[in-house]
Design a protein around this ligand. Structure first.
Ligand code: SAH
Length: 395
């Protein structure tokens, strides 16, 4: 067995069961592990700490599979996938949705591995050398455990570059997809493009938050910013909104959004193709006002190093959002940037409110849905945070 030996004192985070080993903690590697091979992680005194996947190209030099001396083989992945899928069984049985995240990386004990189910299709995303090494075992396990008609790979996320991995996509198991795929969430149907859509096709993490918006939308003029295929916009209509305006820069996403509205018999959205930063300014100059505004921008700060520039962008849209709200209105504002902590996000939104001259209250903190759990020992898993801010009156 290959061995990864840590520098003295660097076993502390592993003992707290944090699953990443950074390059700076590594004293030496014994043997010649290939990328993705399993290494025994040992303290400087030789104590066994974990079995981990070797990622020579990444600053995260190894990711932990397990804390015991159990062999890492196909049956290990079958077990882990079974646990992860079972944890979502109640969600599927509830009838709320036929699409959910089945495997959420580190938080499901499967670092670098994401699997999302959309009706009869599982989409697998492999993001680390270790994940890549076990592609076939994972595809087999997902097929057997879920009984899905196919497993489609979408390993084309940018983060693979950090691991020295080329993008890769295609059918792994089962029958090719004939025609388009539709998911059903809280009674609404959404088309999903698993081949070309964002992430693995849909923003599953916002499921509960879209429902929360629906509950707030009655008789409101709603503005959905960064609308993608209309997730929040259609929920606003389902909740009885008076009007819905949705802004999105991708013409293709808007095409799907229109199709989704039509498929649900909801046609009355004002779809605006454009940049949110500019469109909000235009609406401000036109004196437009809304009762409920959603800001769900893409990841503006992938890591803490981007946080400062991202903070300016978050402040900009939140300030404009507050200015466009009627007194008593609600801003539902999100950040999915791992590099922006909840504390920092609250500070940015508070600064935006101050500059906008409003005095909002936080009615709720929002997070990713429960099929995107956060392992207690892995705070990095907490990437999506949101605030529901009600503007009481002008201050
Ligand atoms: N709320 C959506 C997900 C939003 S993802 C849902 O629930 O499904 C972020 C979206 O913002 C993407 O669709 C992306 O195309 C779009 N986007 C990125 N930058 C933008 C900009 N400057 N202006 C408008 N849309 C933008």
């Amino acid at each position: 067995m290959h061995k990864l030996v840590l520098k003295p004192g660097r076993e502390k985070s592993l003992k707290r069961r944090h699953p990443w080993i950074f390059s700076g903690a590594v004293a030496r590697v014994e043997g010649e592990p290939a990328p993705g091979d399993t290494v025994d992680v040992r303290s400087s005194s030789g104590e066994f700490l974990a079995a981990a996947a070797w990622s020579p190209e990444s600053q995260i030099r190894a990711r932990v599979w397990g804390w015991g001396e159990r062999e890492i083989d196909a049956s290990f992945f079958h077990e882990r996938v079974t646990h992860a899928v079972q944890a979502r069984a109640a969600l599927f049985e509830s009838g709320i949705t036929d699409a959910a995240r089945l495997v959420h990386g580190e938080s499901d004990g499967l670092p670098g591995i994401v699997a999302d189910r959309y009706a009869d299709t599982v989409v697998l995303q492999l993001l680390s050398a270790g994940a890549e090494r076990w592609r076939e075992a994972l595809a087999d396990a997902l097929t057997r455990v879920t009984g899905a008609a196919r497993v489609w790979e979408r390993s084309d996320a940018d983060v693979r570059e950090l691991e020295g991995l080329a993008p890769r996509a295609g059918l792994l198991r089962g029958a090719p997809l004939a025609g388009s795929l539709t998911l059903h969430e809280h009674g609404l149907a959404f088309g999903v493009e698993v081949h070309t859509g964002h992430k693995t096709g849909f923003y599953l993490d916002q499921r509960d938050n879209r429902m929360r918006l629906r509950a707030l939308a009655k008789d409101c003029d709603v503005l959905d910013c960064f609308s993608y295929t209309g997730g929040f916009a259609l929920n606003a209509l389902a909740g009885g909104a008076r009007s819905v305006t949705a802004v999105e820069s991708s013409a293709l996403a808007l095409e799907h959004a229109r199709a989704n509205a039509g498929a649900n018999g909801l046609a009355s959205v004002d779809w605006v193709e454009g940049d949110v930063f500019q469109t909000l300014r235009r609406f401000r100059d036109q004196g437009r006002q809304f009762d409920l505004i959603v800001l769900d921008p893409p990841k503006l700060a992938p890591t803490a190093a981007h946080a400062e520039r991202a903070a300016r962008a978050y402040k900009d849209i939140n300030l404009l959002g507050f200015k466009l709200l009627r007194p008593g209105g609600v801003l539902m504002t999100f950040s999915c940037s791992g590099g922006v902590s909840p504390e920092l996000f609250q500070k940015i939104v508070a600064g935006a409110a101050l500059d906008a001259g409003v005095n909002p209250r936080i009615e709720a903190w929002l997070h990713a849905a429960s099929d995107h759990p956060v392992a207690l020992n892995f705070p990095e898993g907490e990437y999506l945070k949101g605030l529901v801010c009600r503007v009481a009156d002008k201050c």
